[in-house]
Design a protein around this ligand. Structure first.
Ligand code: FRU
Length: 512
């Protein structure tokens, strides 16, 4: 394969420098870049018997710049093998960056990547790059950019579509073998809403505009980045990452904090008809809900896999503060654990992929521990790479506190206020960089029966610099990072009042 100098340089650099990243600098079981910086997951798909994951990648520093596509494969969505950098910004139409996109296998056995090329020429007055959709095709390791690139240009936008805000194509194959792509664009027309425009192709290479599938008339933020659009449990889900949302409050808790968020909507859709009908549009309820209610989650990508599961992987970082981190080692950024999605009672449910359970070691369990005002420390319940299952009962308890990544100086905290059905993640004592948002409180979903207010089931995945909290079987999830020194590995419990705790912990060990 002809390999451009830019790609050859990235591949050489990553072989040399990636090997120098000490294993202790990586999360134990969450995906991180081979070297350098990572943001959005891209091209998540199953191809030739393996899961493929590409990622927005700057090999050369731990800050965002010069977007490449990094690449890795996995047999089980937990352990990943790094492959050579797949795409570099080396053509006139993408020399300012190969931005996010997706992938599908082609009938001829090749893998097709569709991504946004950012061009360094013809900038707008604010210095924004023109953005166009481009293709690359390959064997799962080496990818050749298509000679017909860019395949979606200014003239393919809907009328008044903004070429400087046109990106993140999500591709799928229809039952009849034709292809669709949904790309996000801002509209310069009166309402200036984000549009998700659908394109169709018979062969994956020649595209025509079909229609604006969805327009954000509610103005949920400006510009919806990274859409995913997928069938799930008999419905169709649209998920996207709107930028710059206003804060949305509900019952004393924050449904969406101000800033960039990820939301989903449930509806129905059939390729032949090509219309997305929202299920909740006619009711008083907001038609969209948050996907993750923590502090660090953005730009997830979802794929329907051949085994029938619908799997999501997200970037575990707040995009607005991600570039403000302290100077760290040779890598920065990580993904969530891939999550199995399902729908229950009109809501998205998320569970860590079941494959993670194969990596559980050293089970430690306690039943019915009484927790009160004195901090409870349980022998064997500690660590920074563990999978915890907790069941809490709090009949007479104002606040239940679980602290983790704890030593004399630091801790992160999960606070549960049973009577108000509130749950808070708080990293204000974690030693986190000043610029980061420190806490978020959510209302626990589906708690109407007063008895239920006093029970809570949690599964918590801790992995060195992150925590993912799955609430009541995955009805809600809170993800966050914290860069506390690894020696802070205590886990403790305390209650203002009295509570009852059953806890099982496993260490996660990937054997490397
Ligand atoms: C989201 C995003 C995408 C874009 C990419 C660039 O985090 O801004 O819209 O394609 O990152 O790295």
């Amino acid at each position: 394969m002809k390999c451009s100098q830019t790609l050859a340089k990235a591949r050489e650099y990553e072989v040399r420098e990636g090997a120098l990243v000490p294993a202790e600098e990586r999360p134990v079981y969450h995906f991180s870049p081979w070297v350098g910086w990572l943001n959005d997951p891209n091209g998540f798909t199953y191809y030739n018997g393996q899961y493929h994951l590409f990622y927005q990648y700057n090999p050369y520093s731990t800050y965002w710049d010069s977007m490449h596509w990094g690449h890795a494969v996995s047999d089980d969505l937990v352990r990943w093998t790094y492959l050579p950098c797949a795409l570099a910004p080396d053509e006139p139409y993408d020399d300012a960056g190969c931005f996010s996109g997706s992938a599908v296998p082609l009938p001829d056995g090749r893998l097709l990547l569709i991504y946004t090329g950012c061009q360094s020429e013809n900038l707008d007055p604010d210095g924004k790059w023109p953005q166009m959709q481009c293709l690359a095709v390959g064997d799962g390791i080496d990818f050749v950019k298509y000679e017909g690139n860019p395949v979606l240009r200014e003239q393919d936008l809907p009328p008044a579509g903004d070429i400087y805000e046109f990106r993140d194509p999500y591709i799928w194959t229809c039952q009849d073998g034709t292809f669709r792509t949904l790309a996000a664009n801002a509209s310069l027309e009166g309402s200036r809403a984000t549009q998700l425009t659908m394109y169709r192709s018979d062969d994956g290479f020649h595209w025509e505009r079909d229609k604006v599938l969805f327009e954000d008339v509610l103005k949920i933020g400006v510009m919806w980045e990274c859409p995913s659009f997928f069938p799930l449990d008999g419905s169709q889900v649209l998920m996207a990452s709107p930028m710059n949302m206003e804060e949305e409050e509900a019952n004393g808790s924050i449904r969406f904090p101000k800033g960039n968020n990820v939301c989903y909507m449930i509806g129905s859709y059939h390729d032949e008809e090509g219309v997305f009908r929202l299920h909740r549009s006619e009711t008083g309820d907001a038609a969209y809900d948050p996907v993750d209610c923590g502090l660090d989650f953005y730009a997830p990508q979802v794929r329907n896999m051949p085994d029938g599961r619908c799997i999501m992987i997200g970037w575990m970082q707040d995009p607005q503060t991600s570039n403000l981190h302290d100077d760290v080692g040779k890598i920065f950024g990580q993904y969530t654990i891939p999550r199995e999605l399902s729908l229950r009672d009109g809501r998205l449910m998320q569970k860590p992929v079941r494959e993670l359970e194969a990596y559980r070691k050293d089970r430690v369990s306690y039943r019915n521990v009484a927790v009160g005002a004195d901090e409870v420390v349980l022998p064997g319940i500690s660590g920074r790479a563990v999978d915890l299952e907790l069941s809490l009962q709090a009949k007479d308890c104002k606040v239940f506190r679980l602290r983790f990544a704890k030593n004399d100086q630091y801790y992160s905290e999960l606070r549960w206020e049973p009577a108000r059905a509130l749950l808070t993640v708080d990293r204000s004592r974690s030693g986190q960089s000043e610029s980061y948002i420190k806490e978020r409180t959510i209302e626990i979903a589906n708690r109407t029966d007063s008895d239920l207010n006093h029970e809570l089931r949690l599964r918590i995945l801790l992995d060195r610099w992150s925590a993912e909290v799955f609430v009541n079987g995955g009805e809600q999830v809170l993800s966050m990072t914290h860069f506390t020194d690894l020696s802070a590995d205590g886990i403790t419990f305390r209650a203002d009042g009295s509570a009852n705790l059953t806890v099982t912990q496993y260490r996660i060990d990937c054997g490397d």
